[in-house]
Write a protein that binds this ligand. Structure first.
Ligand code: GCB
Length: 596
């Protein structure tokens, strides 16, 4: 699905702003046809934002079930004769949408876009009412999984992942046009002819354009100055770029692939511009190569998480977070633990930030659940995470790859974070999903992130992964407070993983730290302990040749569900939730930039 854009033949109208909003804990709104008129008893709710923290009190924060959003907008007069599409960039975790009184679409999964052709339901020049019911419930058949427990005091949402179940309309909503004959999809695969490290490399761009309707396709590739560097007729082919300016870490150089659909008379019918970064990605032995050069991941697992707006996208917060990444010397991050807003990926593409793109399949792990307060006997079983869950998971992978396949910043897919991966049941569940991802993706490595409860000598899934991605907490969850013992244990385990002959990325390592708490006796939770902890990991990484990256957990403190292991959320951030540096941020800056 293409991202909406303004072009010579297309227009967009953003529906962000204040929507009317009404919770529906009893789930009566559908039968009562709340979409059929102005939403009664409604309050204002910002879009994009999570609704949970906007209003004081527990009621919305802990809401379980449906909420209703509604807005009206005037369809521009000039849109007569155009195809009109309604697109939600996301709705967490599922939604059904009406235009006027007509149901137009439903979507499962909280972090990928969905859209419907609403041309027949709108009249240019007139107002249209858009209503969405958004359901935040997690079950054994959702990604991520969860469980609603009925109590005397109402339903309670339980889950086995360590971030708060923020919900609502987290990203922009669009009404946009295309001509009736239009570009419906494009796939680009960049390459480099000959030596990738040559001083003047020759780039290639394989392209494949899908058009709805009849028309001839012409493509032109423009460099960042707008100069045409290659062109071709036809919907698919390969463009060659002499002396290409490669997309590289720290250098987000993008070409414009201008796609034009021409009518029989040669007139322009539709045009869509796809950004293209020319770069290659390859795993060779224990090295992760970008453009033929070894790349070492420095950065973080992050979260879309801010005060007040929760997971709602905001450009100011986003740019500030990227500026902090730059300040600290990070070159990459993982979209832990769900696909991030498309604006974030656009920014990464344009600024040369490397991304490991992860699905929302987090918390398929009884042991992790136990730490966080949800007890499950068997996480993979016909009654829990099952074949039906796998179908939803497969669809989440398809939608993620379809959304982000053309992005140069994305160098690898992570299909799950910390699933149980040492049991036959987990292998049976995951094998088909690795196969699916390989079918969908031809040029990027794929993988999953391994948990400490499925260590090197027991894991059954790393054989399907191109890269060893592991999260380890020696010195925190095990060898608690004992960094000397932790150092030995960490190195011993890394040596075991080294035997796989693949690059190793430590995708999480970190210690909860209360900003401002200081101690010189090795006390956990102090800023000193976090720094010593990271220092210890770095010493070990520098001794292990197969290491290809270090992503600290986490970039910033973030909100979680209530529990005895969390104090106002997870405090493993090297920045606080309001983005102030802890001592560890300075330590990382020294290591990653060489600057004091
Ligand atoms: C993990 C999880 C992450 C948690 C983190 C922690 O292994 O992947 O989601 O937040 O540990 O702090 O416990």
């Amino acid at each position: 699905m293409l991202r909406p854009q303004d072009s010579a033949t297309r227009e967009r109208r953003s529906l962000t702003g204040l929507w009317r909003f009404r919770p529906d804990a009893d789930g009566v709104g559908r039968a009562a046809r709340w979409f059929a008129g102005p939403l009664a008893e409604a309050r204002d709710m910002p879009v994009p934002a999570s609704y949970n923290d906007i209003v004081p009190g527990r009621e919305l924060h802990d809401h379980v079930g449906d909420v209703w959003y509604q807005t009206t907008t005037r369809v521009p007069r000039g849109w007569a004769g155009e195809r009109v599409v309604l697109r939600f960039d996301s709705a967490t975790h599922r939604a059904t949408v009406w235009v006027g009184e007509t149901e137009v679409m439903s979507h499962e999964g909280g972090y990928t876009p969905f859209e419907a052709d609403v041309t027949a339901l709108v009249t240019p020049g007139e107002e249209v009412r858009v209503t969405a019911v958004v359901d935040n419930r997690l079950s054994w058949e959702t990604i991520p999984p969860g469980m609603v427990v009925e109590t005397d005091h109402g339903p309670r949402q339980k889950y086995m992942h360590d971030f708060f179940n923020y919900a609502g309309l987290h990203r922009p909503v669009w009404l946009y046009t295309t001509p009736t004959t239009y570009v419906s999809d494009v796939t680009v695969v960049p390459g480099i002819e000959g030596e990738a490290t040559a001083e003047h490399p020759t780039g290639t761009v394989d392209f494949d354009v899908a058009v709805e309707g009849q028309g001839d396709v012409r493509v032109r590739l423009l460099d960042a100055e707008g100069t045409q560097v290659a062109a071709a007729d036809g919907a698919s082919g390969t463009l060659t770029v002499a002396d290409a300016h490669l997309w590289a870490p720290g250098d987000g150089y993008l070409y414009d692939l201008v796609i034009e659909v021409l009518g029989a008379d040669g007139a322009l019918v539709d045009t869509y511009t796809q950004k293209v970064g020319i770069r290659t990605v390859e795993v060779r032995g224990t090295e992760f190569l970008i453009n033929g050069r070894p790349f070492y991941f420095r950065g973080f697992g992050m979260h879309e998480d801010h005060l007040t707006r929760g997971k709602g996208h905001d450009d100011a917060e986003m740019v500030h977070d990227f500026e902090l990444l730059d300040w600290v010397g990070a070159n990459s991050f993982r979209t832990s633990h769900y696909p991030y807003a498309e604006e974030v990926l656009d920014y990464a593409d344009a600024h040369g930030i490397v991304v490991i793109d992860e699905t929302a399949a987090v918390g398929m792990n009884a042991a992790v659940g136990a730490v966080l307060g949800m007890t499950v006997d068997q996480v993979f079983s016909p009654d829990t995470v099952s074949e039906r869950t796998r179908e939803v998971h497969a669809q989440a992978i398809r939608e993620l790859v379809a959304r982000d396949k053309n992005r140069p910043s994305v160098v690898m897919w992570s299909i799950s974070n910390e699933p149980e991966s040492h049991t036959p049941e987990s292998e049976e569940y995951f094998r088909p999903l690795f196969e699916l991802t390989r079918e969908l993706e031809k040029h990027r490595p794929i993988g999953f992130v391994n948990v400490m409860y499925s260590p090197a000598d027991q894991d059954r899934l790393m054989q399907y992964s191109d890269v060893v991605m592991i999260n380890r907490y020696y010195g925190w969850y095990n060898d608690t407070g004992d960094l000397a013992a932790a150092e030995d244990a960490l190195e011993a385990e890394l040596r075991q993983w080294e035997a796989h002959g693949k690059p190793i990325i430590m995708t999480e390592y970190g210690a909860d730290t209360v900003a401002g708490l200081h101690d010189l006796t090795g006390a956990m939770w102090s800023e000193e302990y976090q720094s010593e902890f990271l220092d210890m990991y770095h010493r070990v990484f520098d001794r292990v040749d197969a290491m290809a990256g270090e992503h600290v957990w986490n970039f910033a403190d973030f909100q979680t569900s209530r529990g005895i292991v969390r104090v106002d959320g997870n405090k493993k951030g090297v920045f606080t939730r309001d983005r102030r540096p802890k001592a560890a941020a300075h330590l990382l800056r020294r290591r990653w930039t060489g600057r004091a």
